[in-house]
Design a protein around this ligand. Sequence first.
Ligand SMILES: [Zn+2]
Length: 441
Amino acid sequence: MLIFARREVHGSVAAAVPQVDDTQDDGNEAANISKATQLYNSGDVKGAVLYLDSLEDGKQSAVLKSLREKFYNEYRDGTVKKTRELIKNYDYKGAAALLTDLSSLSGENDAEVLKLLKMCEDFSVTEVYTGAVEHIFFHPLIAYPELAFDGDGMQRGFDEYFVTVPEFKEIINELYAENFVLIDIRLLYSADENGKVTKNELLLPKGKRPLVLSIDDLNFYRYMKKNGMVHGFAINGEGEIVTYTDSTDGTRTYSDDNEIVPILEKFIEQHPDFSYGGRRGIIASTGYEGTLGFRTDEMDAPDYPERLQKAKQIADKLKDMGWIFACHSYGHNSPSKRSVEQMRRDCDKWIKEATPVLGKTDIYIYPFGELIKDNDPKFLYLVEKGYRMFCGVQKSPYIRFHGSYVLMQRRNIDGISLKDGRVKDILDPSKILDPLRPKTD
Ligand SMILES: [Zn+2]
């Protein structure tokens, strides 16, 4: 993490043994260290910083300065953590108050704190948003274009339905520049216990445009792993989500720069006003090759409990980061080609195998974006099972409320939409399209 990583501390508290400093009387310094450490040990970290600051300027020794830095960083990390919890509850005023207090200790020296503070102040002022709500979706990114665009029979599919890493980065740059802010889709609707769905009034920070983002098929399918997509998620030593990719010689490469989740995370650290309420997006998962790269579909496997535990650890981390999950069907079959019975089984299987990992969801993202008529027993079964928000794919997106469900149409951001110009109203494809894409006539 770039912004809130604990900084290197030069020296340590254990160095509470005073060192010689000719600007300071040794006895005084020892007393000062002892007093500050006492405050710190009593849990008053801020008091310890303030005490050190109260000592005469310019006369602080290196030991006192490093002690101050350690205490400040600790207080800062704790405060930023609290701030994040408040932001999750949309309490930007509360967050701004904590950051104002923090900035009184850091002055102009902590640019990240000031940036976060400004965002919290700006986001404290909201207004009712009445315009269109943009919902875009991606497939997992092409991390290794040489494998996706290798001239095999699948190349065309990757060219049409996927984007590369540089393309995704440019896309979020452009959306951010257009004042879009990521929102939680659940801000848009409420569902009561009788299954009645109503439209919510959408309050947004002044001047911001709402953006829902979803990733379909983030399951690390075998065919994707062979064709240039990363192989799975892991949690690194700092507790952050990274990707891994295994090579044929058995080595594993980790990266925080080749899939949507970590790339978006770094972007939001730099641009905290790209996320409202700390939200990220929706991960739409199938079940036929397990969830999140773990074969949790093999519930009889002897090591199923370990697989479940590992998959759940990733899922829980993603939720904590602001991601939510949606059902993308179990088998990714075209609904119109399935019988009612097959659809029911598909739905039940997803609930049985995927919910232990991902949790319950009322969001259903149609495979192939193919809608089912709302008087069709297949659809009624999905509603019976608790799905309320249904998402398809359309050139011109819309959201419609139907009493027992909502239909929200999304736009695909991929080779097709970037090339045919249909997303020109929000993106400039000429700046986005990757020169590594295969040449087409
Ligand atoms: Zn799909």
